[in-house]
Design a protein around this ligand. Structure first.
Ligand code: ZN
Length: 872
């Protein structure tokens, strides 16, 4: 570890020179301007030194966190290393310093600015190193970056923050000043500041301001008081507080030529724009010392109330660490209203109306004495002992995460399922789809009414992790009351609550499995085993089939109650929560309440088991309103399924997706929707160039043999899209019964149903369905000679031991998603195809008619066999 020996040596010489001078002139110099040395121990009478009582921290040029302070170079290397080695840290040069050095901001999060739910991500800005000597600050802000990266795979709080927010960090804003203070870690001027108490050290280790009109040489006395206090350089209260800011450029609180005159101040605002600014929901300026949170108010009472609650979350969380450090803050009635000193927290409170504060890191105002130091000069509080910095850095980072979690927004129900416990079938499901940054639409599907006396699981998922755990047990987030573990649920018919027997209610911290498990993050969903017993109350309320309403209320980890109306997206806007309704449906209360938006059928009838998927679900399916696209589903053994989605792109060309999914009751979950690229039609096909990319997911749910629903999500290239379709059966396969008796006798060729491909053409292939009417339906998922995905299909017949598709068809004119219009789809002849198949292999011969498609043949292997149609 290369210490900054060069500067240290020069300082030693300087000090030696001063010592000589002291010997010559005695007290005369002692009273005057001099450079003092910060040391661990010295005699109290030696006024050339100030002893701390603990080792003087010397910055080290190393990127990795250790029990000490990193140099600017070490910190910067660390940040850039994390940029290179992880997908979560995005660097932005947001401006430059007075000396022309780059000011770096880092956006922590995924690539896009959208949550996995398709909504704009809220942003939180945390600024470090605005005051040069406050070395605790860059270490702490860097600690936040290190914590989020380190915990990226926790599937809980930290992954949630990375995927759902933009945490913007400026580890060091005042780069010039910070480097100057590290250049002279053991030296400062004393007795030169005529505006402040004579014992206040300046420059070197005790530089606070930026480096306007000053050089980097500590010895040059004439300029050492120069520079601008960047925390006095801001609108809207710039130069309005003569006691706390000054036009004298020698002053410790010199406010600069004008508001926002300094390039560093401009860089801070540029970093805020990365949010983007309309998404900003929190700002913190990290200083030391004082162990306190400082804030101000504008006229927005709601902003003040939310700020003070956020400061409470921060302070209460941090006090729970073993060190018990308490970060105090003033109540609403004890802070400045519409006045200030020119600080950055005022700027963010007044300009952007987000909860904003100045965090003064420990120690308290007793300074180094808090760690057993000597307390010879009140400024020793700026010099946190090396022994403390790891604790401060890692624990404050965790506390920041709690604050970010709260400002990510109130919780809202995002998905709800009622699962028949006997069969695993989802009898009712509801999902809120984002349709704009401020709006969601509810989609409900009921496969069967809920039956009295029958056991169910209610699975309720929220849009954020809702519970904290320690040693595997759900406990309040540190500092939060036990009431944050409450969950209130009721089921109401005609304003009467049904009797509900609840067997278990467990927050889900296991990966999704069937219809339960967590949704996206650990503890974002709760599963409640219940039944509505056949008691007199329920038999009086439920006569025949009636509508019931769920009523749900739950706080998140920081005691933000759930949004009573998810149709309006709760978000930070104009200095308060917006779209965040209470039980009465009122917005602008910042309170949340009981969500009663979900309704489903309950019946007193005995309906028996709901439909579950079996082999007969293998078929082609389509949406009656979307004739021209659809799905081929193959139900395999072992509760798995293959899905081919024949569709279009946004330009009107054919496109297709493929997925392998898991079957649960009446549902198939395709967690990875794949798009295949790199293939080419004909002899130019090179399987080595074929790539599969996960571009989304899809989920299918059936209510019976012939009907169901599906929903899909595509999330690629920063673009999030989702959609839904109704499912109607298009084909019925020979040998596979679903609901009705199999009409013709099963012929041996029925066993040829399934998927086929040529291993030298891995990336294209056929799915064949032998239909009940004795004909065969084939879909060929392939490419054109330019590599564009194409699909061809046809109905064929058994002719002399071959399946002959005399007229293969293709389509044109369809558009993906909401722009699809079935009237625009044209069917076009494509050519002909012959398949000669045995149980496990065969040949395909094709003669395309479309230009650019050469005739040829493929040697086929079987890829899949359908459940109940396995070849012997
Ligand atoms: Zn400060």
């Amino acid at each position: 570890m290369a210490r900054l020996m060069k500067h240290k040596q020069r300082l030693k010489c300087l000090t030696l020179l001063l010592c000589l001078l002291l010997q010559i002139s005695g007290n005369a110099v002692a009273q005057g301007a001099r450079i003092i040395e910060w040391v661990e121990n010295s005699s109290a009478s030696d006024n050339s030194k100030i002893a701390l009582g603990y080792p003087v921290p010397i910055p080290v040029d190393t990127p990795l966190p250790f029990d000490g302070f990193r140099s600017y170079n070490g910190l910067h290397t660390r940040h850039q290393d994390l940029v290179m080695s992880t997908p979560w840290v995005h660097p932005h040069n947001v401006g430059s310093t007075r000396a022309g050095r780059a000011v770096w901001a880092y956006r922590l999060g995924d690539e896009d600015l959208l949550t996995p739910y398709g909504l704009p991500e809220p942003a939180m800005l945390t600024n470090g190193g605005i005051h040069a000597r406050e070395w605790q600050s860059p270490e702490t802000v860097t600690g936040i970056m290190e914590l989020l990266v380190d915990q990226q795979d926790d599937h809980h709080l930290y992954r949630y923050l990375l995927e759902n927010t933009n945490v913007i960090l400026i580890p060091v804003l005042n780069v010039d000043g910070f480097m100057q203070s590290q250049r002279y870690p053991e030296g400062s001027w004393l007795g030169t500041d005529l505006n402040d108490p004579v014992n206040w050290p300046r420059d070197g280790r005790m530089r606070r301001k930026n480096m306007l009109s000053t050089d980097e040489d500590l010895q040059t006395q004439g300029d050492h008081l120069h520079g601008v206090d960047l925390n006095r350089n801001n609108e809207p209260f710039w130069n309005t507080s003569p006691d706390n800011s000054s036009s004298n450029m020698n002053s410790l609180v010199h406010h600069g030529q004008s508001a926002q005159s300094e390039p560093e101040t401009m860089a801070l605002d540029a970093a805020a724009q990365l949010g983007p600014i309309g998404q900003l929901s929190m700002y913190t300026d990290v200083h030391s010392f004082g162990q306190i949170q400082l804030w101000v108010r504008n006229s927005n009472q709601r902003l003040a109330q939310q700020t003070v609650r956020l400061l409470g979350v921060f302070s209460d969380h941090h006090r729970q660490f073993p060190a018990g450090k308490s970060y105090n803050y003033n109540g609403i009635n004890n802070v400045a209203v519409n006045s200030g000193i020119g600080s950055t927290d005022e700027y963010f409170t007044h300009t952007y109306e987000v909860p904003a504060w100045t965090l003064e890191i420990e120690p308290t105002n007793i300074g180094g004495v808090a760690y057993g130091g000597l307390g010879r000069n009140g400024h020793d509080g700026f010099i946190l002992p090396e022994s403390q910095i790891r604790r401060v850095r890692t624990e404050l980072a965790q506390t920041f995460a709690a604050a970010y979690y709260r400002q990510a927004g109130p919780p809202a129900v995002t998905a709800f399922r009622l699962i028949d416990q006997t069969t695993g079938a989802v009898v009712y499901k509801a999902e809120w789809d984002a349709v704009s940054p401020a709006e969601r639409v509810l989609h409900e599907f009921q496969a069967q009414p809920v039956q009295l006396g029958r056991p169910y699981i209610a699975w309720i998922a929220y849009n954020k992790p809702m519970r904290w755990r320690e040693d595997g047990e759900v406990v309040p987030l540190p500092g939060q009351p036990g009431s944050t573990l409450d969950f209130e649920a009721d089921v109401v018919v005609n304003e009467t609550s049904l009797t509900t027997d609840v067997l278990t209610a467990e927050w889900q911290n296991m990966a999704p499995d069937g219809a339960t498990g967590y949704y996206r993050y650990k503890d974002d969903a709760i599963a409640i085993e219940f039944n509505h017993p056949l008691d007199t109350n329920n038999q009086a309320s439920v006569v025949g089939t009636v509508m019931a309403g769920a009523q749900l209320e739950v706080p998140d980890m920081t005691n933000l109650l759930s949004d009573a109306d998810p149709s309006t997206v709760a978000r930070w806007e104009n200095g308060a929560w917006s779209g965040y309704e209470n039980t009465a449906g009122l917005d602008q209360t910042d309170s949340g309440g009981i969500d009663s938006t979900l309704h489903y059928q309950v019946t007193s009838d005995d309906l028996g088991d709901p439909f579950t998927i079996d082999a007969g679900t293998s078929a082609a399916w389509f949406d009656l309103e979307r004739n021209g696209e659809g799905f081929v589903l193959e139900i395999l053994a072992d509760h798995r399924a293959v899905m081919y989605w024949f569709t279009y792109d946004d330009e009107g060309s054919q496109d297709w997706y493929i997925a392998v999914g898991d079957i649960f009751g009446n549902r198939i979950e395709f967690r990875e929707l794949l798009q295949v690229s790199g293939g080419k039609f004909g002899p130019g096909f090179d399987p080595a160039l074929v790539k599969e990319e996960v571009v989304g997911s899809a989920s299918f749910t059936w209510s019976g043999c012939d009907t169901g629903v599906m929903d899909w999500v595509l999330n690629r290239g920063g673009q999030y899209r989702q959609g839904r379709m109704k499912l109607q059966r298009l084909t019925r396969l020979m040998g596979l019964d679903c609901g009705s008796p199999v009409l013709p006798p099963v012929q041996p060729e029925a066993l040829l149903s399934g998927s086929w491909f040529d291993p030298s053409h891995a990336g294209e292939g056929y799915t064949l369905e032998w239909l009940v009417d004795g004909r065969a339906l084939v879909y060929w998922f392939s490419f054109d000679s330019d590599g564009a995905r194409r699909w061809f299909f046809g109905l064929g017949e058994w002719v002399n031991g071959k399946i002959v598709f005399e007229e293969m068809l293709t389509t044109s004119g369809g558009l993906f998603g909401e722009n699809f219009n079935p009237n625009d789809v044209a069917e076009l002849p494509w050519g002909s195809l012959e398949l000669e198949l045995q149980c496990n292999g065969g040949t395909a011969n094709f003669t395309p008619g479309e230009t650019g498609f050469p005739a040829g043949s493929l040697s086929l292997d079987r890829l899949t066999s359908l459940d109940q149609l396995a070849c012997p």
